[in-house]
Ligand binder design. Sequence first.
Ligand SMILES: Cc1cc2nc3c(=O)[nH]c(=O)nc-3n(C[C@H](O)[C@H](O)[C@H](O)COP(=O)(O)OP(=O)(O)OC[C@H]3O[C@@H](n4cnc5c(N)ncnc54)[C@H](O)[C@@H]3O)c2cc1C
Length: 413
Amino acid sequence: MPRTIHVIGAGLSGLAAAIRLTERGERVVVHEAMQQAGGRARSYYDASTDLVIDNGNHLLLSGNHAAMAYVRTLGTEAGLVGPPQADFAFMDIASDERWTLRIGNGRLPLWTLDEKRRVPGSTLMDYVRLLPLIWASKDKTVGETIACKGPVYDRLGHPLLLAALNIDPPQGSAALAGAIIRETLLAGGRACRPLTARGLTEVLIDPALRFLKKRGAEVHFGSQLRALDLRHGRAQALDFGSGPVALDNGDAVIVAVPPWTAPSLVPGLSAPTQYRAIVNAHFRIAPPKDFPSMIGVLGATVEWIFAFPDRLSVTISGADRLLDQSREELAALIWREVAQVARLSGDLPPWQVVRERRATFAATPAEDAKRPDAATKFSNLYLAGDWTDTGLPATIEGAIRSGNRAADLALAN
Ligand SMILES: Cc1cc2nc3c(=O)[nH]c(=O)nc-3n(C[C@H](O)[C@H](O)[C@H](O)COP(=O)(O)OP(=O)(O)OC[C@H]3O[C@@H](n4cnc5c(N)ncnc54)[C@H](O)[C@@H]3O)c2cc1C
């Protein structure tokens, strides 16, 4: 009887782990508590807008190598769309100033020398001031490491780090910010092309389920792991509420659930306990002709606007301050800004506001220090998830890398 590897959770980390394991010929069973896979990265039909929308706009960068390998494995790279080069449109809402940061394709940061391509009003020295983040120690915040002011910080560092860390950047971990700078701006333009999935479920989730099914993996929905029997240094059994499911010798378990659930399954586990929210607003309206696929907005509540053929969608990170405001007020406020940026007039179109309170763990040095390794003290139990110690903030790339690592550990055992 071949061994079975149980993956608990069908978010991107669990799916990545399951894919890697089935590719290597392992027998895999995925158990997902909900009736849908994808976890915090999923699409669904929304009656208010009469559209299929994503719970949140998810930005990837072409340098997210694990995420790119994941879509290549699934054959869905074409579903990731963005400008042909690393161009980022920006607007300052107070002054109505608009510009495009053109990082280009080269490895050398020549764009920082070119007035037409770099942040308006910046000099080379302003970019150099971000560099201490690269070698920052894990206990330092961004605010303790660099001066959080000046044109490059205000117009590039702040929006980039807020989006990547999902926390007001000065409070964020300098080491996690450094990882982002290293893997994006320092890696050159080819690593910085912004990409969005034209439907998270369509591009990242359903193809993964098809891939697994085709290779004989089982995926059970509505299958919530209630308890793990952990004795004698290993996981002995799984409990889904209808009695223990014993694990044979050689069987293994990858727990790929969120940080607020994992410690209840693995007693004594260290995990982040603080979170930050993300608010997304979706408006059913066709974007104006020539509107960029994505634009960063400065000096506004709105931070990024994404243009899809049937809607304009807004992302606001570190958005805990907006959680007590009514959805109607938020929709009206956000729409006023979107209309200004897109130069649209007219009434509020059909809309939806999605507030994810625990979108990511709070990327502070203190929370980062609580992240556990994928290996546990139990010989056949591994952890995956964007909150495990990936060295990256909570992102798709981090989730997929964590799933790959957990799978590799299980394979090596
Ligand atoms: C609104 C929003 C916007 C975001 N934007 C971006 C972005 O632009 N770019 C980016 O890279 N990242 C972004 N992220 C982060 C990204 O979505 C996450 O990092 C990633 O999806 C996390 O995947 P995961 O597998 O670690 O966890 P999850 O997606 O949380 O998956 C965990 C799964 O485990 C299941 N589960 C829980 N308990 C049990 C149990 N007991 N038994 C069985 N199953 C269980 C859950 O139902 C879930 O499906 C965003 C997140 C949100 C919420």
